[in-house]
Design a protein around this ligand. Structure first.
Ligand SMILES: C[S@@+](CC[C@H](N)C(=O)[O-])C[C@H]1O[C@@H](n2cnc3c(N)ncnc32)[C@H](O)[C@@H]1O
Length: 255
């Protein structure tokens, strides 16, 4: 999938908040090595470095577009282009952190087992993922993509439930962790502008679907999605649009 850093950054404030909420719950004092998986443009990676200035910090991402922005903004962090599905460094890290990225990967039982194996003894795995896949922003996209004109092109790209239930992560991590903190938050996001929920998903979940279509069907698909989303998330009399958004947080202390 090709990421558009500008589109993703349109809701930077709302997207940063959960990263900070996750960071606030990591009880490590002086990690020496920190890795940020799916670091994107590195805005959270830079915050990790400010919190632990003594640490060696690495940001890993699969997108050259996102990493180009990250590198331009901060040369003093190790930026690595790598597919997290195959990421298997020879070393372990005191903190393996990931904000809003692991829901793009499949097979979470194997993924989380692998990531736990990359945490040094006494370290932590800290993860935030959206778990909003039952919301209209998502289900409308799926319903549309599964409807006859689109199904052939888009059906194979759909991943209806990419994130498991919180209890499933407890079962995966409890045998490996000496302490677990797992919680969900639903943010009532107050958005501005024209059809902002469609603009939000265009920066993430809608992007691979649009990319799979030729220009004319792409425009038709997007127009119909935008129409349905605007109906599901009407603009209020004060001009704002409310977009409730649930996220799952995990902090596992290992070893
Ligand atoms: C929603 S952005 C989050 C960026 C950053 N963590 C933040 O909080 O601002 C998701 C990032 O995950 C990356 N990503 C998704 N799947 C990936 C994969 N399989 N391997 C590496 N990076 C991936 C994307 O390139 C993108 O930069």
């Amino acid at each position: 999938m090709s990421w558009d850093p500008q589109q993703y950054a349109r809701f930077a404030g709302q997207r940063l908040r959960p990263a900070l909420d996750l960071l606030a719950r990591i009880p490590l004092e002086q990690p020496q090595t920190v890795v940020d998986l799916g670091c994107g443009t590195g805005n959270v990676t830079r915050i990790l470095r400010s919190r632990w200035p003594q640490a060696r910090v690495t940001g890993v991402d699969g997108s050259p577009q996102m990493l180009a922005e990250a590198r331009a903004a901060e040369a003093d962090i190790g930026w690595e282009q790598s597919d997290l599905a195959a990421w298997n460094p020879g070393t372990s890290f005191d903190l393996v952190y990931s904000n809003a990225a692991l829901h793009w990967l499949d097979d979470h039982p194997a993924l989380f087992a692998r990531l736990c194996g990359k945490v040094a003894a006494g370290g932590a795995l800290a993860v935030q993922m959206p778990r909003n896949f039952g919301a209209p922003s998502h289900t409308l996209m799926h319903d549309l993509a599964f409807s006859p004109p689109w199904r052939d092109a888009l059906g194979a790209l759909l991943r209806p439930q990419p994130v498991l239930a919180p209890e499933a992560y407890y079962d995966l991590l409890a045998p490996r962790a000496r302490h677990l903190d797992i919680w969900e938050s639903e943010y009532l996001q107050i958005l501005e502008g024209e059809n902002p929920v469609a603009e939000w998903t265009k920066g993430t979940w809608l992007a691979p679907l649009l990319a799979a279509l030729a220009p004319q069907p792409r425009a038709a698909f997007e127009a119909e999605y935008r129409r349905r989303v605007a109906e599901a998330y009407p603009r209020r009399s004060d001009g704002k649009t409310l977009f409730p958004f649930r996220r799952l947080f995990i902090v596992a202390l290992i070893g």
